[in-house]
Design a protein around this ligand. Structure first.
Ligand code: WA2
Length: 269
């Protein structure tokens, strides 16, 4: 029998979950929009000026003073596309060697994506070839072929080891028509502007501020593969079908990925 109090509990859970999903999606969206603007900044000041009117110090200053615009990102960086034939000259000019994400000198590859500009909060990825990590590499290839913002599946981020996802925007050497082919896009690729959503600590922070946080448990999943949901936030709860739960849809702006939020009461109401 559905009692009045159960109906009330359900209603409360639904509205708390919807509110959290809306807030998270909103903060995600403003962060993505600002990274988009940074990709345009690199295109404008690094590539449309000769010599480039951007350097590490300017990038670090600008990204530090606009960090409030990207509330869920632990930092942003720009990785330049370097093909093997350019590697020697590039390393001589930079005064450092391209390293793998495990911090070894990079072995020979067809091409690399070393970080040349970074926000100070992620300065540890400077000089690292972002194509040497599986998740980052997949993002880079998909971003440049589509011209769109793309997200990785949830994985453990460098340094913090927190669970998060990486966002990548492509930067091109020239203005491409909206209907440019993947091949044309790859050929025109200058590099990749992106950053990491530290979901484990920054989403925690966001949810902690909301009323009712003690009563409910929130999980976020990457459900791109419906039969194999990947946990993105929260501790995986025991599957107790006796507890009320509510699923709210999330749209993080990458049509290739599907996400959802699942909320439960910590105790039977
Ligand atoms: N940024 C920060 N921490 C990470 C990470 C990352 N990628 N990957 C793993 N841990 C410069 O797509 C280009 C940032 C990658 C952009």
């Amino acid at each position: 029998m559905r009692t009045e109090s159960m109906r009330k509990a359900e209603e409360t859970l639904t509205s708390m979950c919807e509110e959290r999903a809306r807030m998270l999606q909103e903060q995600f969206a403003v962060s993505v929009n600002h990274v988009h603007a940074l990709a345009i900044l690199v295109s404008t000041f690094h590539y449309q000026k000769s010599p480039p009117a951007l350097d590490q110090e300017t990038f670090a200053d600008y990204t530090a003073s606009t960090a409030f615009e990207r509330p869920l990102l632990n930092g942003v960086a720009y990785a330049q596309r370097i093909v093997h034939a350019e590697r020697q000259l590039f390393e001589n000019q930079q005064g450092w060697m391209i390293k793998t994400m495990k911090r070894d000198p990079s072995p020979v590859q067809d091409e690399y994506a070393p970080v040349i500009y970074s926000q100070e909060t992620v300065s540890y990825i400077e000089a690292l070839d972002m194509m040497s990590g599986e998740e980052d590499r997949e993002n880079i290839l998909r971003a440049r072929a589509t011209g769109k913002a793309v997200l990785t599946r949830p994985f453990r981020l460098l340094e913090s080891n927190h669970l998060g996802v990486v966002l990548t925007f492509p930067v091109y050497l020239l203005d491409l028509p909206a209907d440019a082919t993947a091949e044309e896009r790859v050929r025109a690729t200058a590099g990749y502007l992106g950053g990491a959503f530290d979901v484990e600590s920054l989403v925690e922070n966001l949810l902690r501020q909301l009323a009712g946080n003690q009563e409910i448990m929130v999980n976020v999943y990457d459900v791109t593969n419906a039969s194999e949901p990947l946990i993105m936030y929260g501790t995986n709860p025991p599957d107790d079908h006796m507890l009320l739960s509510h699923v709210s849809m999330l749209d993080f702006g990458d049509p290739f990925r599907k996400h959802q939020m699942k909320c439960r009461y910590r105790e039977k109401p």
